[in-house]
Design a binder for this molecule. Structure first.
Ligand SMILES: [Zn+2]
Ligand SMILES: [Zn+2]
Length: 145
C-alpha cells in the first residue's frame, strides 16, 4: 500500500482552462482531504465570497464529469469530495472519520476472480477498510512494535 496525494490545482487550472469557481473548488481540495460540499463551500468563500452551496454542487458535478473530482460516501455518511485523478481505495477511521487514500494493487485482480465465478463483466472495485487511525488508537504509535 502507498498513499496517493491530492492534485496540483494550479497545474490543472492551466491544463483545463478552469473558471475561477472551478479553480477555487479544486484549490479547496488541493491538500488531498475528503470534504463535504459544506466544507468546500467554507474554503471557497475565503477566496470568492458570495458563492452559494448550489454553485458548489453544480461546480462539483462539472468537475466530476471531467474526471477531476471523485465522490466518496461510506456507511450512509455525507458524500465527500476529493480532487484525485487516480483510482484508489480508502481507509476510514471509525472514531474520528478520517479518510485516507490508499492504493491496493491486488484489489482489482481479486475482484475480477470473484466476479468471474458469477459471470460478471466490466468489473470495478472500491475497497473501504475501516478501523481506528493511529491518532485514535489508545496505544501510542510504535509502542506495540
Ligand atoms: Zn481516527
Ligand atoms: Zn479518496
Amino acid at each position: 500500500m502507498q498513499d496517493t496525494k491530492g492534485v496540483d490545482a494550479g497545474l490543472l487550472q492551466s491544463r483545463y482552462r478552469l473558471t475561477k469557481q472551478r479553480a477555487a473548488t479544486l484549490r479547496a481540495l488541493e491538500d488531498g482531504r475528503h470534504l463535504s460540499a459544506e466544507e468546500i463551500l467554507e474554503r471557497v468563500r475565503a477566496q470568492l465570497p458570495g458563492v452559494s452551496l448550489g454553485t458548489i454542487y453544480r461546480t462539483l458535478d462539472i468537475l466530476r464529469s471531467i474526471g477531476l473530482v471523485q465522490i466518496f460516501s461510506h456507511a450512509g455518511g455525507a458524500a465527500k469530495y476529493e480532487a484525485a485523478l487516480e483510482k484508489h481505495h480508502h481507509l476510514v477511521c471509525t472514531r474520528c472519520g478520517e479518510v485516507i487514500n490508499v492504493s491496493v494493487n491486488e484489489a482489482l485482480a481479486l475482484s475480477q476472480t470473484v466476479a468471474q465465478e458469477h459471470g460478471f463483466h466490466d468489473v470495478d472495485c472500491a475497497l473501504v477498510v475501516t478501523g481506528r487511525c493511529a491518532r485514535c488508537t489508545d496505544v501510542p504509535a510504535g509502542a506495540n512494535t
